[in-house]
Design a protein around this ligand. Structure first.
Ligand code: ADE
Length: 284
């Protein structure tokens, strides 16, 4: 792509989402292509006032570092530009809405549907981790669904690079209460296994309709997390229960790794090397 883009190159349409420091709109490229994009608009004034410059920079750098090679499960960043008031991220438009919306509409997913979506999520997190990126805020709001029902992970504003020292990685709480790992709550430490914890919470939610740890207040939610206080509300297949049990383990060193998750009996029918089959849409 040649010269820098400007907001005038797009027709801004409906709002798709609202973050703490940004708003995402559907935008149509002017001219012949008429292509859809999701443009994330961050107000410069707001970012500076709220001290979020670091997060915006992280998001751009992370998406750029994940872009080489590319992966169907990671939202594509086409370009960025700015004007006097805003920063703009031109992202792939993912038209099927958030995974959260699907869970809320359907209540509980069938085992097979959950397996297919989780397999795509696991494959994506595996790729992300192989590039040294920890997402740190995986949750059903940050998982979008394509037209064909494939998962696309978005919102890398809380991400961090694993090559940083543990000190640089020590995090104040950046995630979302219900999916935050016990080690982040107790020791402000975050590693690949914190994303694995979130995957366990998401799997539970796909099968049960609600996340495993949810209190009346954030504090109550945190108390439930650190005491591993969760219950299956409706019967779940034993292999799912067994996998969730291997993931929701307080000690991150004892928690299942991505490799162990892929080898778990619940994923026995998944051929991890057959990417074409793995990424075939759920609706196809
Ligand atoms: N909401 C947030 N990001 C989005 C995207 N890339 N596509 C569609 N909706 C979104």
């Amino acid at each position: 792509m040649g010269s820098k883009r400007t907001p005038q190159d797009y027709i801004f349409r409906e709002k798709l989402g609202q973050g703490s420091y940004s708003t995402v709109f559907r935008a149509v490229e002017r001219g012949e292509s008429g292509r859809n994009y999701a443009i994330k608009v961050c107000s410069k004034k707001h970012i500076i006032r709220e001290r979020k410059v670091k997060y915006v920079t992280i998001e751009k750098d992370t998406l750029n570092s994940l872009a080489c090679g590319g992966h169907p499960g990671i939202v594509r960043l086409f370009c960025t530009f700015h004007d006097a008031d805003n920063l703009y991220f031109v992202l792939e438009y993912v038209s099927g809405g958030e995974l959260l919306g699907l869970v809320q509409r359907v209540g509980q997913l069938s085992e097979e549907w959950a397996r297919q979506l989780m397999a795509q999520l696991v494959d994506t997190v595996d790729y992300m981790h192989s590039k040294g990126v920890i997402h740190r805020d995986l949750k059903p709001e940050n998982v979008l669904l394509s037209q064909e029902g494939r998962v696309v992970i978005t919102d890398f504003g809380a991400a961090c690079k694993a090559e940083k020292s543990v000190d640089e990685r020590t995090a104040s709480f950046v995630g979302t209460a219900e999916y935050v790992s016990p080690e982040l709550l107790l020791h402000s430490q975050c590693s690949f296994s914190s994303d694995v914890w979130a995957l366990g919470c998401i799997l539970f939610q796909l099968m049960q309709g609600t996340p495993p740890f949810r209190g009346e207040t954030e504090l109550q939610t945190f108390e439930k997390i650190v005491s591993l206080d969760y219950k299956w509300r409706t019967p779940a297949p034993p292999a799912v229960v067994s996998l969730v049990q291997r993931i929701l383990v307080l000690n991150p060193q004892e928690r299942a790794t991505i490799a162990q998750i892929k080898a778990h009996q619940w994923f026995q029918s998944i051929d991890w090397n057959n990417k074409e089959k793995l990424w075939r849409g759920v609706w196809q």
